[in-house]
Design a protein around this ligand. Structure first.
Ligand code: CO
Length: 155
């Protein structure tokens, strides 16, 4: 018997992290409506929109009409003091984070902390569509802000 499961997300998944796939790519934008129009012009459709005051953001999820590929998340600040507002001040609009879908965000955070990686939040927060999320510090991930996303519905 192999020590590592061949089943994605199986109990002995590679590296001890049960990652199911790339969930979405996050892009920081100053104006959500304007950005939505830009990406509609690139052939994507809005699949979901919401405000998340606790995270200080308004956001839209876009996907291709065929359902092929991962989603794009456009994230705009609700106010100047949100994390995304500070990101825009510091770096301007553009690619902001890469989200990995994990089977269990608590489990993933524990595993990564055990390797000395820093997580942005002590406990998971609520993200798009009620997902449970946390972030790995970009300085511990080669300059990329990694979001960990656990779906709450059946995948
Ligand atoms: Co995200």
């Amino acid at each position: 018997m192999s020590e590592q499961s061949a089943v994605p997300g199986g109990p002995a998944a590679v590296g001890g992290l049960r990652t199911l796939g790339i969930d979405h790519v996050g892009v920081a934008v100053p104006d959500l409506d304007e950005a939505v129009e830009r990406y509609r012009g690139l052939g994507l459709e809005v699949s979901h929109r919401e405000e998340n005051p606790a995270m200080g953001v308004q956001e839209a999820m876009l996907s291709s009409p065929t359902g092929v590929g991962t989603e794009l998340q456009l994230v705009a600040p609700l106010g100047p003091h949100s994390a995304i507002g500070r990101f825009l001040d510091r770096s301007g609009p553009g690619l902001q984070h890469l989200a990995l879908r994990v089977a269990d965000v608590d489990d993933a955070a524990r595993t990564l902390r055990g390797r000395g990686l820093r997580l942005l939040y002590d406990a998971p927060r609520i993200g798009t569509r009620g997902t449970r999320i946390n972030f790995v510090h970009p300085k511990d991930c080669g300059g990329v802000l990694i979001e960990l996303v656990e779906q709450v519905d059946a995948v």
